[in-house]
Ligand binder design. Structure first.
Ligand code: TRP
Length: 373
């Protein structure tokens, strides 16, 4: 065997450092440059992002990524949205009510403004050629590198004593296939996903080094870049990361009364005078930030308005802001959910379009590797 590609550079360190201060700042600066490029040249970009269908999408997803995707779509960027159904089984037994969840995700996507004509909505399991890329890509990474992936590590920690499945260990490679199958060069993500993007770039580079075309200026795969959302990360109502499994979410499709109930249970603190102070009062500030993102004004002004109104006053304001911000989205969503046949048509159409792209890329890969029979 020739020199293994992984011997050049230490990708493991790159993965970890993708979350470190200097590297993170570079990514943030680059995100700002990309925004400027999108404004003048949207057709230079192809965006891929996705979600696991483990439950309904929530406002953490919305402000962390979904809102950005709609904006990119409307700015004229080509966009693909993946229902990452194979990722569901990386850390759990069985698929659950996967069909309902996938269709419900289509409803979430459409209700927030993703347009099924402009964007491709598709699922892993319906895109065989995408999944096949996993095989050559697996040959380009080492087990040690995967074990060092910070996101894999934290997801493993979150599963308690559960032994790591082969799919959990290798899912960053599968996610690289998600991004590279359509040669996406733009991925709107939260900070927690940055190591995956670094891994994707490493795989793209190694593929081209090993199997690349004679003309190095035309790589088989582009370098995918992160687009970080400018908004602050919204925490769950208990002050922890917002996630379905913690039961601390406000779902995009929740009704107004349930939203009020969930916000009523939110953790605050014992100081009745409300101030915006993210470092010292993370729970209170998170609620203020949420109201602000929903259009209630800037955080300092909101805090001043509430003043001595305490946690109760704050929660009333947040509830009103969230319910107002999502009212029309929720009304649209309710109509969509009533028509599962339509949701299925959208998904089937997206699957067909994604398959055409995946087949073309797999052909490029076979050609590069000399596997043309
Ligand atoms: N891992 C992402 C999440 O948990 C979902 C996802 C799958 C994704 N494939 C992707 C995100 C590709 C961006 C790009 O939310």
């Amino acid at each position: 065997m020739s020199t293994p590609a992984m011997s050049e550079g230490d990708a493991g360190n790159d993965l970890e450092s993708s979350l470190s201060g200097a590297s993170l700042r570079r990514t943030e600066e680059r995100s700002a440059e990309i925004e400027a490029e999108i404004a003048t040249n949207p057709e230079r970009f192809r965006m891929l992002s996705g979600d696991r269908p483990t439950g309904n999408l929530h406002i953490g997803h919305y402000f962390g990524s979904l809102e950005n995707r709609v904006r990119l779509q409307n700015a004229g960027v080509e966009t693909l949205n993946l229902i990452a159904d194979y990722q569901v089984i990386a850390d759990r037994d069985g698929t659950g009510p996967i069909r309902e969840r996938a269709l419900s995700m289509v409803a979430d996507y459409l209700s927030i403004g993703l347009d099924p004509v402009k964007t491709i909505i598709f699922a892993h399991s319906a895109t065989p050629a995408l999944n096949q890329l996993m095989l050559p890509f697996l040959s380009l990474v080492t087990e040690a590198e995967l074990r060092r992936n910070p996101t894999v590590k934290s997801e493993l920690a979150a599963t308690g004593d559960r032994p790591m499945s082969g799919l959990l260990l290798t899912y960053p490679v599968h996610q690289a296939a998600d991004i590279l199958f359509c040669k996406a060069n733009l991925v709107p993500v939260g900070k927690d996903q940055l190591p995956h993007l670094e891994q994707t770039r490493v795989i793209a580079r190694r593929f081209d080094e090993r199997y690349g075309r004679a003309d190095a200026s035309r790589p088989v795969f582009p370098a995918a870049e992160a687009l970080l959302s400018s908004g602050a990360l919204i925490l769950g109502m208990d002050g922890e990361k917002m996630s379905k499994s913690r039961g601390n979410t406000i779902e995009i499709g929740m009704d107004a009364a349930t939203t009020a109930k969930v916000i009523k249970r939110a953790v605050t603190d014992s100081d009745r005078h409300i101030t915006f102070d993210p470092d010292n009062r993370p729970e209170v500030s998170n609620l203020i930030m949420l109201a602000s993102l929903c259009g209630a004004g800037d955080p300092e002004t909101i805090a001043e308005e509430i003043g001595d109104g305490g946690g109760g006053g704050l929660k009333r304001l947040v509830t009103e802001a969230v319910n107002e911000r999502f009212a029309s989205i929720r009304a649209t969503r309710a109509e969509l959910v009533a028509d599962p046949g339509y949701l299925q048509t959208v998904l089937r159409d997206g699957n067909a379009r994604a398959n055409a792209i995946a087949e073309a890329t797999l052909d490029d890969v076979r050609t590069a590797m000399g596997m043309v029979y």
